[in-house]
Design a binder for this molecule. Structure first.
Ligand code: NAD
Ligand code: MG
Length: 412
């Protein structure tokens, strides 16, 4: 075969693959990351050759928004996890071809559907089963749901390996690290510098934090996000969970992952190499940038997010993280050192404590205090090996129960 024919055939293949429809599902489509993802998909559809088709959208209970999204994207399947909302969703989608589902089994059906790329944006360990199912099926997973990796670590990574899809980090820090990390030469990396904004209470004293309200906690200075992750950012447990997430995603020893506070959230994280080079990824604090990176990787796609204006970036500052003021940082480090099922318990206790805080049953500083008590109540020494989905789910359940017990005692 002549070289020009080979080149022409190769070009033809590229054209064909460009014409191929890419099937996408979004789990947690009504949340902050979900809405940004659909916005980005809409934009990408208008600005690139690639044809995109939405397969499944899922939500917990917001059927009004879910139905609107399903109609706007012409999705094949819309699922609400709360099965009492089934009739409402059905009603809202009457007269369309969109198949409606509700409850746990429909969520798993959505995850079984043939999508090439799945956005995992359910909040908390509630996203575990759908992520595992999509991972085993071999989908590329755009990964926002950090709790899933903290809770189920090796179980989730094994499911990814089994399926053969790519794990594409969406959490802005991990997406940043992913973009500048030399996976072929990890031994040439000396440090991962995980940046943190420091949250809304970076400059507050512990005394001031004792009286923090829900409204203050969910009001993040740089990012607009869901209530749970905003609260985690305020206690800095978000950075703790991200430390564990980074340790799972990148083959760098966890002792070489450092948290550094960078209040402007312009640098989204950095990787340092043996020769002293530090590579950073930067951008405005807009989740559509890391989502776009995960959608197109290793290619690039246009995103509607604002571009950095370097003329106006007068101050980029850095400071050490303070585990005395934010004990969640210490707890997460301890759970990571224990490894095994300790991060599972940490995550579960934190989820319950945050929920109790958001429902005004718990004071802000007690979120971390409850988590610490629950973590300290386990003997993890013997549970390092043989982690299975069953023992992950068991520890998750027990830790939640213990967290409720501690909260009940505190509020008695
Ligand atoms: P959110 O609360 O705004 O949205 C959560 C989504 O999950 C919603 O669609 C909700 O309907 C769904 N959901 C909640 N509970 C559910 C359940 N029990 N079963 C099924 N679905 C359920 O949260 P978010 O801020 O979009 O965050 C989503 C995930 O992405 C979290 O793991 C968070 O840590 C991570 N993340 C978020 C951001 C951000 O900018 N918001 C950034 C980085 C990482
Ligand atoms: Mg993050």
């Amino acid at each position: 075969m002549s070289l020009s024919l080979q080149t022409a055939m190769a070009a033809d293949q590229v054209n064909n693959s460009e014409q191929e429809v890419r099937r996408l599902s979004v789990f947690g489509s009504t949340g902050s990351v979900g809405v940004n993802t659909l916005d980005l998909i809409d934009y990408a559809q208008k600005h690139s050759e690639q044809k995109l088709q939405v397969v499944a959208l899922t939500a917990n209970s917001n059927v009004d928004l879910l139905a609107k999204q399903a109609i706007a994207t012409n999705a094949q399947f819309a699922v609400v996890a709360d099965d009492s909302k089934y009739e409402d969703l059905k009603q809202l989608l009457q007269g369309t071809d969109i198949v409606v589902g509700a409850g746990e089994s429909a969520m798993l059906e959505a995850a079984e559907m043939e999508a090439d790329w799945v956005m995992a944006a359910i909040v908390g360990a509630a996203g575990l089963q759908t992520s595992l199912t999509a991972a085993r099926r071999g989908a590329d997973i755009a990964f926002a749901n950090k709790e899933c990796l903290v809770c189920a670590g090796s179980v989730f990574l094994d499911a990814m390996k089994q399926g053969g899809g790519r794990l594409l980090p969406v959490d802005s820090e991990h997406n940043a690290i992913f973009q500048v990390y030399d996976f072929e030469r990890p031994e040439r990396i000396t440090r991962i510098l995980l940046t943190a904004s420091g949250g809304p209470f970076r400059t507050w004293s512990r005394e001031q934090m004792a009286e923090v309200t829900v409204e203050q906690a969910v009001n993040h200075p740089n990012w607009s996000m869901g209530a749970k992750i905003s609260t985690d950012s305020a206690t800095m447990m978000n950075k703790g969970l991200e430390l564990i997430e980074a340790a799972r995603l990148f083959p760098t020893p966890s002792d070489d992952i450092e948290i550094i506070v960078h209040p402007q959230s312009v640098i989204h994280s950095m990787v340092e190499y043996v020769d002293g080079s530090v590579l950073a990824q930067m951008g405005t604090p807009d989740m559509r940038t890391p989502i776009a990176s995960a959608l197109a990787w290793p290619d690039r796609v246009e995103s509607p997010s604002a571009k950095l204006d370097f003329g106006r970036l007068s101050d980029l500052t850095f400071e050490a993280a303070d585990p005395e003021k934010f004990p969640a940082l210490r707890l997460a480090r301890e759970a990571l050192e224990l490894d095994g099922l300790a991060p599972t318990a940490l995550n579960a206790a934190n989820e319950i404590a945050v929920e109790a805080f958001l429902n005004r049953h718990l004071k802000f500083l007690d979120i971390t205090a409850v988590t610490e008590q629950v973590l300290g109540s386990f003997d993890f020494v013997s549970s390092k090996d043989g982690i299975t989905l069953e023992n992950v789910l068991e520890i998750d359940r027990v830790a939640r129960k213990k967290a409720w017990e501690v909260i009940t005692k505190l509020s008695a």
